[in-house]
Design a protein around this ligand. Sequence first.
Ligand SMILES: [Zn+2]
Length: 181
Amino acid sequence: MKTIILPSDDAAATLQTVTGWVSAKGHFYGVDERLARYDGSTHRPCSECGALIDKNAYCTPCHEKKELQKYEKMPRKKWDGEAMLYSDVADKYFYSDEDLQGYLEWNGEPASSLRLIICEPVYATEIEIADVYEDSLPTDDDYRVPRELVDAFEELNTVLREEKIILSWTPGKFAVDTEGM
Ligand SMILES: [Zn+2]
């Protein structure tokens, strides 16, 4: 037989003193000294250069250096003037040579300083009846989608397949070869 214990019974609980790490913010971390110290701290040394930085921030000079190295490793290609370009440095997309030249002139910078990346088009993809009407279609195995709906989707999908409609652009894997730009 199972022993019965009521909340009011002495056996239900005992008052004990516990030891553990408490951060400067007053949070209890038990044996986890590392987490408690992290919680109670405001800054940390950068793992690369040792500079003191806000504990939730990244080290700006080291981050910048890493971004530059990443960009320098990218394969280079001449820009065809058609694809959009993206610059992380300027946090900006350029949709034409005129647009780019205007920016460079205004800011008095050479194209090479923008770390330009050639973008890839994002096309409108074909759509499936099942995906669009997922929540409304009956789950009945014998159910057949009405013919006119199937035809309408097929007509739209044919256009999407053949016209290759561009919805947006996303930075691709090639950097712009800016020589002579
Ligand atoms: Zn650093």
